[in-house]
Design a protein around this ligand. Structure first.
Ligand code: GLN
Length: 287
């Protein structure tokens, strides 16, 4: 079968299920992976004959896309902050807003003297935050924890894929009374979506991404943040910083909560879409 025919069949099969630009983009992402060809090369070689084995790879991906499975799980990988990460159904697919959080931390770390060195990422998932910080903050030593053994396995493979030395620990943060050390930075992107928000979510997220990494109960949506803020009070060094990704609807409650815990310099930051998405604060010398 030629590239041209395969492409036409692929587009027809997904027509109506996804916007046509997205279908085109799926096809070129798969071609990049399976043929090592760019979109332009593909167009220039549209009469190229594909082997049965290659065509079968596209057909398998197509069937999975028809069920709304995210392309990142189909490929088993994605890019985050310029680095390559493996992902599977045990880990969230890293989001662009989380790249913004990482960027915030990295750019502030550059201006701090001495540079922050001990960093802890809570609920690391694929390890995208921990690995990116480790690669971008010179001299840092990063630890990362998660409740899911399956996620930790993915995170560990991402650390080695990117040559990042990270200490991983399995732990259920809601049950911990202590953290493994004292830190200059504690960061977390914990579950923060309420069940009532499910109705506005897409099937690719709802049916495929790990619910335990996304959802919190409607009546205690800040459960992870409160627990982590409490632990940070004793496990952040003086003037150490706490960074969170947050639910856009809870920035005011987060500011109030962090004030109650006596953190200083609390600051909320919006994401690319203008939504309150990140917050940082500093541990008070008198905490
Ligand atoms: N931003 C993610 C989403 O909208 C949620 C991430 C999280 O719960 N930590 O799906």
């Amino acid at each position: 079968m030629t590239v041209k025919i395969l492409k036409r069949q692929f587009e027809e099969a997904l027509y109506g299920q996804y916007p046509s630009e997205e279908i085109q983009s799926f096809f070129s992402i798969l071609s990049e992976k399976h043929l090592g060809m760019t979109r332009l090369e593909l167009t220039l070689n549209s009469e190229m004959i594909l082997s049965e084995a290659i065509s079968e790879k596209y057909r398998t991906a197509l069937k999975r896309l028809q069920t709304h499975e995210p392309i990142q799980y189909i490929l088993g990988e994605t890019e985050f902050y310029g680095l390559q990460f493996k992902v599977n159904r045990h880990t969230l697919i890293p989001r662009p807003e989380t790249e913004e959080l990482v960027d915030w931390i990295c750019s502030e770390a550059k201006t701090q003297t001495p540079a922050p060195c001990a960093i802890l990422d809570i609920g690391t998932g694929s390890g995208c935050i921990a690995v990116s910080l480790s690669k971008n903050i010179a001299g840092s030593s990063v630890s990362a924890i998660d409740v899911s053994e399956d996620a930790l396995e993915v995170a560990e493979s991402n650390a080695s894929l990117n040559n990042a030395a990270i200490d991983f620990f399995k732990c259920d943060i809601l049950k911990e009374e202590e953290l493994p050390g004292q830190y200059d930075i504690i960061v977390s992107n914990p579950p923060y979506v309420r069940s009532i928000e499910k109705q506005s979510m897409q099937p690719n997220v709802l049916n495929f991404e790990p619910a335990s990494a996304l959802f919190v109960s409607d009546n205690n949506p800040l459960v992870f943040y409160k627990k982590i803020a409490g632990l940070a009070k004793t496990h952040l060094k003086t003037n150490g910083m706490l960074y969170f990704e947050i639910n856009e609807y809870f920035s005011e409650d987060m500011v109030a909560m962090l004030n109650e815990f006596n953190f200083k310099d609390i600051s909320v930051k919006t994401d690319f879409f203008g939504k309150d998405r990140m917050i940082k604060c500093t541990k008070n010398a008198r905490a």
